[in-house]
Ligand binder design. Structure first.
Ligand code: GLP
Length: 248
């Protein structure tokens, strides 16, 4: 089952919003859009971590689609974690996708690198590999990547401090709360906005408020994802729970 809403906004771009029955169907939809983009020549993907894209990555790995011509650029990484650390986003990407499907090139920020050098290195990677299709999740507070509320819409890759609610949400992935890193390297909002197309997915009731604010609320740095209203090509794919507060 699929319902499509185009949210008309005065003076800003329309967003394609698909409300799907569940995460599986939503991820299948995202995969179809991804394949369409590949047929249209897309060869650089911006990729995300977290529970949101897990099913999409599973569908990608189970498919016979060839990704060996695709370059991927990930959104973020925890500062202080090595790529081999099972809690790192490097490890997550290897486990869920890269170890199963060969890509041409894969980039993730290096959590062990020094701040200034790493930010410059990653900004150059993004400049050299303009993103055709960016996959996004969303935090319960409306963050994208690790761009927390208050992040400048002009931001590029940099070291960011995670806010308390993000640490709280992410502690389920760690044995002890004090193990959750307090900082991350994150692609900035300006770089996310530079991608040609964006697919943002969200699942579960706990995301409903963020989805409503992102699509129907004012464009404000207090809700980082609200900037997507200004992007010319965004598709939002949610399950019924995450879409439950949207106006029909
Ligand atoms: N930095 C990541 C984001 O890229 C992700 O979209 C979000 C939601 O996570 P989840 O998909 O697990 O709900 O939070 C994390 O903190």
């Amino acid at each position: 089952m699929e319902k499509k809403y185009i949210k008309n906004k005065n003076g800003v771009n329309d967003m394609n919003v698909f409300v799907m029955k569940n995460k599986r169907e939503a991820s299948q939809k995202a995969f179809e859009l991804m394949k369409q983009e590949m047929e249209n020549g897309a060869d650089v993907f911006g990729l995300a971590t977290g529970s949101t894209p897990e099913d999409l990555y599973e569908i990608m790995t189970a498919s016979d689609t060839d990704f060996s011509g695709i370059t991927s650029v990930n959104l973020d990484e925890y500062v202080g974690l090595s790529p081999e650390d099972p809690q790192s986003y490097h490890y997550f990407m290897e486990k869920h996708l890269f170890s199963k499907k060969p890509f041409k090139e894969t980039y993730v920020p290096n959590g062990l690198a020094e701040e200034t050098e790493e930010s410059a290195r990653y900004n150059k990677i993004i400049a050299d590999n303009p993103i055709d299709l960016q996959i996004l999740g969303i935090g319960t507070n409306g963050h994208i990547g690790f761009n927390e509320p208050g992040a400048s819409f002009d931001s590029e890759t940099r070291k960011v401090a995670l806010v308390e609610s993000t640490i709280e949400s992410n502690k389920v992935y760690f044995e002890h709360e004090e193990d959750v890193p307090r900082y991350a390297y994150s692609m900035g909002i300006k770089s996310i906005m530079a991608s040609k197309k964006i697919i943002l997915m969200a699942f579960g009731e706990h995301k409903a408020e963020a989805i409503k604010n992102m699509i129907e609320g004012p464009i404000t740095e207090d809700v980082p994802a609200s900037i997507l209203q200004r992007h010319p090509n965004v598709t939002v794919i949610v399950d019924e729970e995450a879409g439950s507060l949207l106006k029909r």
